[in-house]
Design a protein around this ligand. Sequence first.
Ligand code: AMP
Length: 249
Amino acid sequence: MKVLVPVKRVIDANVKPRVKPDGSGVDLTNTKMAMNPFDEIAVEEAIRLKEAGTAEEIVLVSIGPAQAQDTIRTGLAMGADRGILVEVDGIVEPLAVAKILKGVVQEEAPGIVILGKQAIDDDASQTGQMLAALLGWAQGTFASKIVIKDGVVDVTREVDGGLQTVSLKMPAIITTDLRLNQPRYASLPNIMKAKKKPIDTKSAADYGVDPTPRLEIVETVEPPKRQAGAKVASVGELVDKLTSEAGVL
Ligand code: AMP
């Protein structure tokens, strides 16, 4: 079985985003970028399936600027086999990503596609669900455990207040939640080996997709600044402040 893993290049999770002065979005100039953390979990899960003998090949696909090649290389260094870069500059919204991924799926015919549950830049949590709808495939979202047997994948899902297990007929779409696994670090020899692994370059037009955004960003604002703390001299003063200033008592 082939596993397809879409990996998105996003702002590094440890970097504090800066909003552009005109509020049109986040300023990414000279900002450290990395693979979306949920996609690292997806790559790790695919590698574990390969190590267990359930998967034979892991193909990564990234839709983004030429630099998204680095994101693919990161996944290849973890253990994936090859990559596809669909070069598109600027914002690509989840629907356009899902349409492009549909084209990739039709070419590659994977048994499962493992996506992140959400990209930490747009926080959309839409792509996996849209892809499942476009393909007419079953979907198991927010997975914390995956078991594959006899053409069926059992996905344990993190739902409010507990866990739910669903059984999907393959081919199927899975999206990863935080507790599915702990992604590995790439070793130096594997980073070197990854440089020789193949990456195909395509365009959105190759899949007949127009990636022009449909949404207009009206405003982007920083969260309100935290106010400085204050010292109180007594419990009485604390209670007074909590009552009259904070209004929480
Ligand atoms: P989203 O729906 O934007 O929150 O993204 C959910 C998941 O879809 C991500 O974790 C990725 O696995 C995949 N995805 C979204 N955008 C891209 C992209 N530009 N390239 C590759 N994969 C993507």
